[in-house]
Design a protein around this ligand. Structure first.
Ligand code: C2E
Ligand code: CA
Ligand code: CA
Length: 699
């Protein structure tokens, strides 16, 4: 081993002898204590000192004392040189810090061996010191400086009870909790855990104790001294400590408050309507889902609030304007929130109150009236209507959440469409439910029928004659559709046409109807009745299709039918959608000779002055006007006026739903052109229709 040895002796001979003997080491020499101290101060690599006790100036004891005084010299090993008769000095020197002594005259072999031993010991000491240093560096430094909380806790066994407490906490943990080490030492994790997270962690911890799991991680909240809390992610595992029989655990704690805050923010955004600040549909659906699963027996109800005309309000006054109104509505409704009346903004202009544990329908009706009284005054000014739908959720009507909300919307739409009231409510009931089921069935039936190749059995036409009053002859027929369902029997067009319109199935169905109508005309042709026409009912949805005209014209050409024999019956409501476009299309058809009749005249937006601008040939006076002919004396009837006005505009007039002779007579007297009704015939099938023609026209 290379080592540096300082030899301190006032005898130059001794110094020389020793130096020669120890030539394998680096040797420094000093002739007295003063020189020795100087060398020690300036040479940090001295390992061993051989020190004569008897010296002038500063003797060996004084050197030993000075070395002892300074901590930085504590590792220096000193072997003292004594004389044979100085036993007491040997003892005194050892007490003063020397590690060994060698007597003079020096026995050289013994000196070399001893130095060898001491250097070896020194090496060992250094080795262990290094090891110790390394260990303390890793453990203590990590513990003290890690940017993560580290806690050791100890659990003292006591029959089934938690008796754990913190035994060691690091500065970061103390900082996270905002508590002093001293305080923490008297606490358990249970004392500083948020009450809402406690049960979950107790469960984890007891599993850990029983060995069921080897560690656990969780996100939880610690409570700070001021009562605020902090989110952390923890990992807890057992910790084996030597010679310690109690159960120790280590817990690593990461502060995740920032991440949680961000998550909370995102959660808030996803659960709230940004404009009204109310909980949104998302949140409501989740809440309902939990309630339906976890507390199905609690009696609860939802009142849906649906506002109409908001879109047109936006169109007239701008988006900001209608949004401001929505906000006022939200604020006004919020004033009715209580613990068991919670408010949600389920859609832009739809709200819902979720009511738990109400007494009965009477209470719900009263609440509807409260809502009405709140909103009506503020909405009436804006010409906005409201419809309240009420749905009760209980054990009898098991529904999933989507279904509940759908039914709620149906009930509120029904209320919204209430003819007489601006603001009414309707309960979702079994009747509505049955109606929905039937609607669903019809929808499926129609979907199937459209797919069938030979669908004449399921969707077919009946024909009702339209009679020329003056000539008293059949002029044409109105084609009226029937749906024959295997499951539902014969379904009225009054029922299935609106469904077909809603689902757009009216497009393919309408095509089938036109085709069958033209086939009927072909059949009439084959019988020689080439002048009799057909009136086909056309829905707005059909007419609005860009290719409607094109398809119709193509079919007429294919079947080589005179377009003048075809009348399209449309209601005035089609003009409300896109007046100019519709009128342009009608003009195109009229140009080809196809006739256009306004159906149900008098029930819709009827305005005779506008009728003038419309590209139509004929109006059909609605049955409601014809019905009055039997009831009121003729001066009060307006049917006659309608006829003369229509004639002035060049339109032909058909009277619908003529059932009595008295009506026919009146219409005859007032120059009505054509009549249609049970008085002449109900709608009949193709064969019967031909028979009817034969009866008036002859074979
Ligand atoms: P609409 O076009 O006004 O047809 C007249 C309805 O009145 C027909 O009912 C007809 O059977 C009935 N009716 C005729 N004369 C009398 C009468 O003297 N007394 C009474 N009480 N009723 C009479 P239907 O066939 O049930 O059709 C009802 C409605 O269904 C039609 O009203 C029409 O709006 C619609 N519809 C029927 N077929 C079609 C169609 O092919 N396409 C479209 N888009 N709608 C159709
Ligand atoms: Ca019609
Ligand atoms: Ca009609």
């Amino acid at each position: 081993m290379s080592a540096t040895i300082l030899v301190v002796d006032d005898s130059a001979t001794d110094r020389l002898i020793i130096k020669n003997m120890l030539s394998s080491y680096t040797i420094l020499t000093a002739c007295d204590g003063v020189e020795a101290m100087h060398l020690i101060e300036t040479n940090a690599d001295i390992d061993l000192i051989i020190l004569d006790l008897n010296m002038p100036n500063m003797d060996g004891f004084q050197v030993l004392d000075s070395l002892k005084e300074q901590k930085r010299f504590e590792k220096l090993r000193t072997i003292i040189l004594t004389n044979y008769d100085e036993l007491d000095k040997e003892i005194q020197g050892l007490k003063a810090g020397a590690v060994d002594y060698i007597r003079k005259p020096i026995h050289m072999d013994s000196l070399i061996v001893r130095i060898g031993i001491h250097l070896e010991l020194l090496k060992l000491q250094q080795f262990y010191e290094e090891k110790l240093y390394e260990r303390s560096l890793t453990l203590d430094a990590i513990f003290d400086q890690a940017p993560i909380g580290i806690v050791i806790l100890r659990d003292v066994e006591s029959a089934g009870h938690f008796n754990d407490h913190f035994v060691k906490t690091n500065p970061f943990f103390e900082q996270i909790l905002g508590r002093e080490k001293e305080e923490l030492m008297s606490l358990s994790w249970r004392n500083v855990t948020h009450p809402e997270d406690l049960n979950k962690e107790l469960e984890n911890f007891s599993k850990l104790k029983t060995g069921e799991i080897s560690n656990y991680t969780m996100e939880k909240r610690y409570v700070k001294p001021d009562g605020s809390y902090i989110w952390v992610h923890i990992v807890v595992a057992p910790l084996q400590v030597q010679n310690d029989m109690s159960n120790n655990y280590i817990c690593l704690v990461e502060d995740i408050t920032e991440r949680k805050n961000m998550e909370d923010n995102l959660k808030f955004i996803s659960e709230h309507d940004s404009w009204t600040g109310l909980h949104n549909r998302n949140y409501f659906v989740n809440l309902l889902q939990q309630d339906v699963v976890h507390a199905p027996t609690v009696k609860s109800a939802i009142i849906g609030i649906n506002l109409s005309n908001i879109n047109s309000l936006s169109l007239s006054y701008g988006f900001q304007y209608s949004q401001a109104l929505i906000k006022r509505v939200a604020t006004a409704l919020s004033s009715h929130c209580t613990g068991n009346h919670r408010l949600f903004n389920t859609y832009a202009y739809r709200f819902a109150f979720y009511i738990k544990e109400y007494a009965g329908q009477v209470e719900l009706m009263a609440f509807c009236k409260t809502i009405k009284a709140t909103l009506e005054p503020m909405l009436a000014l804006e010409r906005v209507n409201g419809g309240l739908g009420v749905i009760e959720i209980n054990d009898e009507n098991k529904m999933d959440v989507e279904q509940i909300l759908k039914n709620l919307l149906i009930a509120s739409e029904k209320a919204l469409n209430h003819p007489d009231q601006e603001f009414s409510y309707s309960f979702f009931d079994t009747e509505m439910e049955a109606q929905i089921v039937r609607e669903e069935e019809i929808k499926m039936e129609l979907t199937e029928v459209v797919k069938e190749e030979n669908n004449q059995q399921h969707i077919f036409l009946v024909f009702q004659p339209i009679v020329d009053l003056k000539a008293n002859r059949i002029n044409g027929f109105e084609a009226l559709t029937r749906l024959q369902s295997d499951k539902l029997g014969l379904v009225s067009p009054l029922e299935f046409i609106p469904i077909a319109e809603k689902t757009k199935l009216i497009i393919p169905i309408g095509q089938i109807i036109i085709q069958q109508s033209l086939v009927f005309l072909e059949r009439l042709n084959s019988k020689g009745y080439t002048a009799i026409g057909i009136s086909i009912n056309i829905s707005a949805t059909q007419l609005l299709r860009h290719d409607f005209n094109e398809n119709l014209i193509k079919l007429i050409h294919e079947k080589q039918i005179d377009p003048a024999r075809i009348t399209l019956e449309i209601t005035e409501s089609v003009f409300s959608d896109n007046y100019h476009e519709i009128n342009r299309k009608l003009a195109e058809l009229k140009e080809l000779g196809i006739k256009i009749a306004i159906d149900d005249f008098g029930t819709g937006y009827s305005s005779l002055s506008r009728e003038r601008e419309l590209n139509v040939n004929c109006i059909k006076i609605d049955k409601a006007f014809i019905d009055r002919i039997t009831l009121i004396n003729s001066e009060q009837l307006i049917s006659g006026d309608i006829i003369s006005m229509a004639h002035k505009m060049g339109h032909a007039v058909v009277a619908e739903g003529v059932e009595y002779e008295i009506q026919r007579q009146y219409l005859f007297d007032h120059d009505c052109d054509m009549v249609q009704g049970y008085l002449f015939s109900k709608p009949v099938d193709e064969e019967a229709a031909i028979t009817l023609i034969q009866n008036t026209w002859g074979e």
